[in-house]
Design a protein around this ligand. Structure first.
Ligand code: CA
Length: 290
């Protein structure tokens, strides 16, 4: 059996954060032919479930950058949380430097009330300013980020630490490139942590036992699929771990060159139903090989 792993933002979702009819049809077409489809994303599981329900899709879900795996019948089959002491030191460090951050658990996305207001105002002031194309795209991406489902606003980071939940992913944002690089440098020094990025304005921190690639490996062994035959589609740095593990790696047309360069193929953009295009191409290639 073969498997198709698909990233959400910038990949399966269009710029309106929707899954197009064409993409839905292509996924269902693959599933009807016996392919396992996996949504693999930095988003939290409850958020992904909402998106899939709206689209009428039922798939495996690798959530919070590989920290969780859920089955099609909504059971959690794997989880890798960040050690609580590390959560404390990460949040303290981010807080002292005034980063905007979000903390992902099984139930919610925790963020500071004040931090969210500040970040929102920053986005709004930039939206009306005269920006170059790259920066404009970045601001639009940040705006779409607020579209996530499940936010819980708290007063300070101690309110987050008080929650008796596992913490899966911590996302920090800034439009200041230097500031983000400092965050990246700070946390990559931890042997127990993994740092990736899903957009130019963020860094995302998980346990070192959580990545899209590690989760995909687990899922492949659970479903008797083969990595050599599997396809993964993505657009960002946090997709690299899964793109590098499969036989068919596909970069979105809107992906950066560093992603395209490591993939076996490039498909159309997310606003051009790139996922559907990649799925049909992949199925056709498999038929030709047989
Ligand atoms: Ca993405």
């Amino acid at each position: 059996m073969s498997l198709i792993a698909i990233d959400l933002d910038g990949t399966l979702l269009n710029h309106r954060n929707e899954i197009s009819e064409e993409n839905i049809k292509a996924i269902q077409y693959a599933q009807e032919r016996g392919f396992e489809v996996v949504i693999s994303t930095g988003r939290a599981y409850f958020d992904v479930r909402k998106i899939c329900e709206k689209a009428g899709l039922s798939t495996f879900v690798i959530g919070t950058n590989g920290a969780t795996i859920h089955s099609k019948d909504e059971k959690r089959i794997s989880a890798a949380a960040i050690d609580k002491n590390h959560v404390l030191s990460i949040l303290r460090w981010l807080d002292e430097r005034n980063y905007y951050y979000e903390v992902f658990t099984e139930k919610a996305i925790y963020t500071l009330k004040k931090g969210r207001e500040d970040f929102y105002n920053e986005i709004k002031s930039m939206s009306s300013a005269d920006l170059d194309a790259d920066m404009k795209e970045l601001v639009e991406m940040a705006e779409r980020q607020f579209d996530q489902f499940g936010y819980v606003l708290v007063e300070n980071y101690h309110d987050i630490l008080k929650q008796e939940e596992d913490f899966y992913n911590i996302l920090a944002c800034s439009f200041d490139k230097k500031k983000l690089e400092e965050g990246w440098a700070q946390f990559k020094e931890f042997d127990e942590l993994l740092v990736v990025s899903s957009a130019d304005h963020n860094i995302e921190i998980t346990s070192k036992n959580a990545s899209k690639g590690i989760a995909l490996e687990k899922l492949v062994s659970l479903t008797n699929c083969s990595l050599d035959q599997a396809m993964a589609i993505g657009d960002s740095n946090n997709d690299l771990s899964m793109l590098q593990k499969v036989g068919y790696s596909v970069a979105m047309g809107n992906a950066k060159d560093e992603i395209k360069n490591v993939c076996t193929a490039t498909t159309l953009k997310n606003d051009e139903n790139g996922v559907a295009h990649a799925i049909y191409q992949y199925l056709e290639n498999l038929v030709i090989q047989k």
